[in-house]
Design a binder for this molecule. Structure first.
Ligand code: ITT
Length: 192
């Protein structure tokens, strides 16, 4: 079974390849394909937009992740807009912006959400969701992972996602949970 991994985010690609390694699927990249604009209001809509457009364009099953960080004190921001928070162009600048928005804020609660969609060229769609709760630190810790990982301490743990190995992060994370559900649904057979 060959599946296109429909993301331009290198951190996601690494995590998806590790999580689905046991399935014996051949995971291919986007090649030159570009993803559609994320015009949806929800992770589900955006993940389906990405996966379906790639499945249609390639005639192959395609897997997309749409994810984000929801901060309680910011009323759930940045949420589906996490990749463009504050119009800042890089992970580093978005982290600095988030720290600034959270300055002197005692309520540090946040959660990550991931929705993974596997879409087939005939229009059939599977959807998996994962979440993880935690708190935001007042400064970055760790070099691994990507995005907001250096600021996020999952509940019940003492290291940020950026201080964990990809394996440790996968066992706890929003994306790890969504992908584990997909893996379990497919482990005994082919895609579908
Ligand atoms: P694709 O659409 O190409 O997959 P993207 O980075 O634009 O890549 P999203 O639209 O889903 O993906 O944006 C999600 C953003 O949320 C991502 O860029 C990070 O800033 C953040 N994020 C999601 N999962 C994360 C994780 O595991 N660790 C840290 N930050 C994460």
């Amino acid at each position: 079974e060959s599946v296109i991994v429909a993301t331009g985010n290198a951190g996601k690609i690494r995590e998806i390849e590790e999580a689905l390694g046991g399935l014996n699927w051949q995971l291919d990249g986007l090649g030159g394909l570009t993803l559609p604009e994320e015009t949806g209001a929800t992770y589900e809509e955006n993940a389906a937009l990405k996966a379906c457009s790639v499945a249609l364009a390639t005639g192959r099953p395609a897997l997309a992740d749409d994810s984000g960080l929801e901060v309680a004190a910011l009323n759930g921001e940045p949420g589906v807009y996490s990749a463009r928070f504050g119009n800042r162009p890089s992970d580093l600048e978005r982290n600095l912006y988030l720290l600034e928005r959270m300055r002197n804020q005692p309520d540090r609660r946040a959660k990550f959400v991931s929705v993974v969609v596997l879409a087939y060229p005939d229009g059939v769609v599977e959807e998996y969701r994962g979440e993880v709760a935690g708190v935001l630190l007042e400064g970055p810790r760790g070099e691994s992972g990507f995005g907001y990982d250096p600021l996020f301490l999952p509940d019940g743990h003492e290291r940020t996602f950026a201080e964990m190995t990809t394996e440790e992060k996968r066992a706890l994370s929003h994306r790890g949970r969504a992908l584990e559900a997909l893996r379990l649904a497919h482990q005994s057979g082919q895609a579908r």
